[in-house]
Design a protein around this ligand. Structure first.
Ligand SMILES: [Zn+2]
Length: 441
């Protein structure tokens, strides 16, 4: 099969996508046309355009979906994914994470980052919001790798001016230096590659940042239009530590609120244990949350009361949180998210409506895109959007050979509950094919 590596092209395929206006679309014999600029110009039944269908590349029985959006991952931590079970967050950071980030120099970044971007694409992720390490030059290497690979990436240098893992930095200069480095990286990379690459100002979390760093970093994001990302309310031990370090704050969310960090360009990871006040404040400021249920169970952080947050109108997408989460696949994140909510139900803690597999698919694609302010560009297969797509072979998810689904709910249910590491066969961003899918190693 002659597979399209660059636009323009037309695909004859099964199609499954959430729709921006609500609901979803499924076509058993669909047509998807992408123009030379990598934009979708037609999505629908092939019968509507028989002349194009004739010469389209036939991917059937594969299914084309929008690429998944990973709202939270730590690229330097990839080598330790799956290690450290049984530890809590703060102990796990010391043992498994800080040594790895400390060693994330340029040669390491040049080796790990290209492989990590390919691994995202292989998992079906075409947009990723990612944390780097603290070193400016390693971020340049990480961005260069994303530029070459073709993935849509938003990355930030981790900022820490308390308990940093880099012993060579003089504590008295660290705040100024970290801000200057972040500002230079924004200059070089925010909006690069035709706005396919963007920058996120990235204070690690309140435990490793002073109030000054939080405030200055939020100012930097606001003045440059970059994103602002950090962690919030992940683990009970962490929450207690934040309360000790910021006695003037009402609660954890208030620490970021006082810094000017809340708002539409902000993505907070986890938010497992929010009080009603914190939840209301995030909704009111249109702050977004990356829900990372695999990580939350791996590190025994807790189970997000998802129904309560959705009822309140919180904007959410899904995150793998590798290496806090061992699995990069957003389909796996959906599965564990579903099981987590069932566990709450079994424990009598959740009485709200059950999210259907199609709702999880929406969270992992359009939900993430909207959280990044990219909902008008990506996250669903609709005319005018950029062609960030994946093609999945559902044969990998069949319980027995020969079983195939032609009902959209059944199809998406298998993709979530029987997600297979090789099921994503192709991925594109703006119609340009990404390396990674269909290749092992
Ligand atoms: Zn994280």
């Amino acid at each position: 099969m002659d597979l399209p590596a660059a636009p323009a092209f037309a695909l004859r395929t099964r199609l499954l996508t959430p729709l921006a206006a609500g609901g979803s679309r499924f076509e058993t014999d669909g047509l998807l046309e992408v123009d030379a600029d990598g934009r979708i110009t037609f999505v629908g039944p092939g019968t509507e355009r028989p002349d194009v269908l004739e010469r389209a590349i036939d991917l059937r029985p594969w299914v084309v979906l929008p690429g998944m959006v990973d709202l939270h991952a730590h690229l330097p931590q990839f080598p330790n994914a799956g290690l450290g079970a049984g530890m809590d967050l703060l102990a796990w950071l010391e043992k498994y994470i800080f040594p790895l980030e400390r060693g994330f120099d340029v040669p390491t970044a040049e080796r790990v980052a290209p492989a990590a971007w390919r691994a995202f694409a292989a998992a079906g992720t075409t947009t990723a919001l990612v944390y780097g390490a603290v070193y400016e030059a390693s971020l340049d290497a990480t961005f260069r790798a994303a530029e070459a690979h073709g993935i849509r990436a938003i990355v930030g240098k981790v900022m820490m001016d308390r308990g940093t893992y880099d012993p060579t930095i003089d504590p008295s200069t660290i705040l100024e230096r970290s801000l200057a480095e972040s500002a230079r990286l924004i200059e070089r990379w925010h909006g690069a590659a035709g706005d396919r690459l963007r920058y996120a100002v990235t204070p690690r979390f309140a435990v490793s940042c002073t109030a000054d760093l939080l405030r200055e970093s939020a100012d930097l994001a606001a003045s440059t239009g970059a994103y602002w990302q950090t962690h919030v309310s992940e683990d009970k031990g962490e929450i207690a530590e934040v309360a000790r370090l910021f006695p003037e704050a009402i609660d954890y969310v208030d620490v970021y609120d006082r810094a000017g960090g809340l708002g539409d360009r902000t993505v907070l990871a986890h938010a497992v244990h929010l009080s009603d006040r914190e939840l209301d404040r995030l909704v009111e400021t249109r702050t977004h949350v990356a829900h990372c249920p695999i990580s939350n169970l791996f590190l025994a952080s807790g189970v997000m009361p998802l129904g309560r947050y959705l009822d309140a109108g919180l904007s959410m997408g899904l995150g793998s949180d590798v290496a806090g989460g061992p699995d990069l696949s957003i389909f796996s994140v959906m599965r564990v998210g579903y099981y987590s909510q069932n566990a709450r139900r079994v424990a009598g803690e959740e009485r709200g409506p059950v999210l259907r597999p199609m709702d999880w698919l929406r969270l992992g694609s359009l939900g993430g895109a909207e959280a990044l302010g990219l909902g008008d560009r990506i996250g669903s297969l609709e005319v005018g959007k950029e062609a960030d797509l994946i093609a999945v072979d559902p044969a990998f998810t069949a319980p027995l050979p020969g079983i195939d689904d032609n009902d959209p709910e059944d199809l998406v249910s298998r993709l979530i509950f029987r997600a297979h590491p090789d099921m994503v066969r192709l991925a594109w961003v703006r119609g340009r094919r990404l390396e990674g899918p269909g290749v092992r190693g």
